[in-house]
Design a protein around this ligand. Structure first.
Ligand code: KIV
Ligand code: ZN
Length: 400
């Protein structure tokens, strides 16, 4: 069965979404969880964007062992050098460089002719390749670019050494049938395309990011770029959990697997929403609070008779913890910390001790503590931002 690579950009495109910025420790924690989840590539940040981004990419590059670690760079020498500096310590580094190819971006944003864009893309990839063997090139706004021009650019960057070609629907404009045709056209018209990963990166402005990603996979894309909970620029990116569970649930149709350990999906979603403070809408597919809840009497009756009447996938398959008793007031600290590990938390000894004290107080009052109680207990206190400012005084003025 064909395996699709999952390129996770939660820490780069995801972090670009309003209110989703993370500090270095938080990014490291998400990166460790992404490795557990089994993603093939972790895009750790945009190294030149800020010193904080650089440090985060560097720390993730030095920590992650199995996944490839990528850093974004414009098609400029200074960006590529900064990415390389940050990625040097990685077991599997990848320099990701991009340049827009649509008429509107070339004319108004870049103020460059198509030939100039082609030459700059080629030069950037050649330079990145001289530093790193794994190079991804993204044609920004590919879905609004002239297909013939895209074919020329892709062919040139493959010749210059790109190992991954990415086709972004940057503004979420494409329709699934169109995106399917675009990917099919690229497969059929770009010489050398069979030697590289053909990646897609879809935004959700019209709510079609997952549909477009799946259409592209059917047309021959070999890598899907996604984020946990679908966070990302504006309306977000294709949600990793939705793309993966669609492929798993409809394997009969796609005949495709991924390297994702789906049982880590729920933990990953919780971690990202806890750290960013951006909650998941209750009716969100796969990881929303209501995704496996059956409210209507007819549905409840059906599920009790046979779960498959209304459940196309099991809660266990995404690692949703059952709300069963997990600990009581006689449980010791060891059992407590083991249970937290199973729930996906990597806490320091001090954090565990503080949470354990709170657990004892709760266990006294509640007798039986469930996995959901533990999550609430840990998340309410442990993931506070380190204090950087002291709140001294404040003044409120109001009037009408
Ligand atoms: O949406 C986009 O075009 C991007 C590229 C930089 C890959 O995020
Ligand atoms: Zn994007």
């Amino acid at each position: 069965m064909k395996t699709i690579r999952i390129f996770d950009t939660t820490l780069r495109d995801g972090e670009q979404s309003p209110g989703c910025s993370m500090n270095l420790q938080e990014k490291l924690e998400v990166a460790r969880q992404l490795e557990k989840l089994g993603v093939d590539v972790i895009e750790a940040g945009f190294a030149i964007a800020s010193p904080g981004d650089f440090m985060a990419v560097k720390a993730i590059a030095e920590t992650v062992k199995n996944a490839t670690v990528a850093s974004l760079s414009r098609a400029l020498k200074k960006d590529i050098e900064r990415s390389y500096e940050a990625l040097k310590g990685a077991a599997n580094p990848c320099i990701h460089t991009f340049l827009a190819t649509s008429p509107i971006h070339m004319q108004y944003k870049l103020k460059m002719t198509p030939d100039e864009v082609l030459a700059q893309a080629e030069e950037a990839v050649r330079y990145a390749k001289s530093l790193c063997s794994d190079v991804e090139f993204s044609a920004e706004d590919a879905s609004r670019s002239e297909p013939e021009f895209l074919y020329r650019v892709f062919e040139a960057v493959i010749k210059a050494g790109a190992t991954r070609i990415n086709v972004p629907d940057t503004v979420g404009y494409a329709m699934p049938e169109e995106f399917y045709e675009l990917i099919r056209g690229i497969r059929e018209n770009v010489r050398g395309i069979e030697k590289v990963e053909l990646s897609v990166h879809c935004h959700n402005d019209l709510g079609l990011a997952v549909a477009n990603t799946l259409a592209a996979i059917r047309a021959g894309a070999t890598q899907a770029e996604c984020t946990i909970n679908g966070i990302g620029e504006r309306a977000g990116n294709a949600s990793l959990e939705e793309v993966v569970m669609a492929l798993v649930t409809r394997q009969d149709l796609y005949g495709i697997t991924t390297n994702i350990n789906t049982r880590q999906i729920y933990n990953s979603s919780r971690l990202v929403s806890t750290i960013t403070g951006v909650s998941v809408q209750p009716n969100k597919a796969i990881v929303g609070a209501n995704a496996f809840a059956h409210e209507a009497g007819i549905h409840q009756h059906g599920v009790l008779a046979n779960k498959k009447t209304y459940e196309i996938m099991t809660p266990e398959s995404i690692g949703l913890p059952e709300n069963v008793i997990v600990l009581g007031k006689h449980s010791g600290k060891h059992a407590f910390s083991e249970r937290l590990k199973e729930l996906g938390y990597a806490l320091t000894d001090e954090q565990i001790s503080a949470a354990f004290e709170k657990f004892k107080v709760l266990a006294d009052r509640k007798k039986e503590v469930t996995a959901l109680d533990l999550r609430a207990l840990v998340e309410s206190d442990t993931f506070e931002m380190p204090s950087e400012f002291i709140f001294d005084t404040f003044v409120i003025n109001s009037g009408n």
